[in-house]
Design a protein around this ligand. Structure first.
Ligand code: ZN
Length: 370
């Protein structure tokens, strides 16, 4: 099953995109149903149709299933890399099993998406993290994988922080002297970027990267706790780093490669290889534009594990489709934080598809074709 990735990332309107994407997603349902036994059992027990017409009719797996079950559609000897979710040690980690094909699709999709924002030229790169995060092979964390994945978009990368997350002023000053006034690429996880911003503010230091672009990712949870919203964040970035082009992106270890990048309007955009559906937290019903619910993410990339339709634990709002003022096509949405644990538990008490003795699904998904 070959996947053509040389597609225009944000140009296809709904009809054209859905025709292509649904063909991919239906093929993935069949592939994983055939090769992943727990997935097959779950779908069969729920009488899920393997071929559906609309994205809303796919049967999404709850992301936390990947914490309690080994879900893979490949032989053990074909496992090329295992990705683990970040999180505290007390939490159980998600494990995502990649084969070479899926890993390659992920990086190729990421290239297509990022190049449409950054251009093809590789800019001098400032990584707002410490170097240990990718050299520590003990645990190839989501953060490490994220940085590793972004390295190909920059050149001569340097790390802005020490191990204790304090700024490495020697590195910053050298980078600043070398690339003053030039286009640079800054990348980091949102909270790390915020650490640096605060340190700069404390020192009353400003960096002149007016031609720079900042790509950042990772939850807003910590920043929301500090009452920092997106406009505040962007403002502080402009004042301290000098960077005005700031793009957040939303992505997860369960679907590496198909990321949703924030446009100039502050909207997260679905690329051609991916989509979102917003569902009611209580009953799983599909919600429309302007409504807020749990985010379901669809991706044409996962071949080695059944992760092409996933119910996240994030809350989001569908903002529109094909009509963002920035001109990009596809659905666009916003993320409004995590769904509280208690609410998730409440939902799972209703309808219970069981998988290998565990509670797999957060939501009772209504099946139209069942
Ligand atoms: Zn837009």
């Amino acid at each position: 099953m070959e996947l053509e990735l040389d597609l225009p990332v944000y140009e296809w309107a709904a009809t054209e995109k859905q025709l292509w994407l649904m063909r991919q997603l239906n093929a993935l349902t069949r592939l994983h149903h055939e090769h992943c036994l727990p997935y097959q059992r779950l779908l069969d027990s729920q009488r899920v149709a393997l071929e559906v017409q609309a994205r809303e009719d796919l049967y999404p797996l709850a992301v936390r299933l990947f914490k309690h079950n080994r879900l893979q559609s490949i032989a053990d000897e074909d496992v090329f890399r295992v990705l683990t979710s970040s999180g505290t040690t007390s939490q159980q980690l998600s494990r995502i099993y990649l084969d070479k094909l899926t890993a390659s699709l992920q990086s190729r999709a990421l290239v297509r998406i990022m190049q449409s924002w950054l251009g093809r030229e590789r800019l001098p790169m400032l990584i707002i993290d410490h170097p240990g995060v990718i050299t520590d092979r003990q645990q190839f964390s989501a953060r490490g994988a994220g940085i590793q994945g972004m390295l190909i978009f920059g050149r001569q990368p340097v790390y802005a922080l020490h191990e204790d997350l304090s700024p490495n002023w020697d590195v910053l000053d050298a980078f600043f002297d070398k690339w003053r006034g030039k286009p640079v690429l800054c990348f980091g996880f949102t909270f790390m970027v915020w650490q640096l911003i605060q340190a700069l503010q404390l020192q009353q230091k400003t960096l002149p990267f007016n031609e720079g672009v900042l790509i950042h990712s990772g939850g807003w949870k910590k920043l929301q706790d500090l009452a920092v919203d997106n406009p505040t964040f962007k403002n502080a970035v402009a004042q301290t780093l000098g960077v005005h082009r700031v793009h957040n992106f939303y992505g997860m270890v369960e679907q590496v490669g198909s990321v949703f990048v924030e446009c100039e309007q502050g909207h997260l955009h679905t690329p051609v290889f991916a989509d979102v559906v917003i569902r009611d937290i209580v009953n799983g019903h599909v919600l429309g534009v302007g409504q807020t619910g749990v985010i379901e993410v669809l991706s044409a990339l996962p071949r080695s594990y059944p992760g092409h339709a996933l119910l996240t634990e994030d809350r989001g709002t569908l903002l529109g489709e094909d009509d963002c003022p920035c001109g990009r096509k596809g659905r666009y949405f916003s993320v409004n934080g995590r769904i509280p644990r208690a609410e998730l538990r409440g939902c799972s008490d209703t309808v219970e598809p069981k998988m290998a003795g565990h509670i797999p699904s957060v939501l009772p998904i209504p099946q139209r074709n069942g």
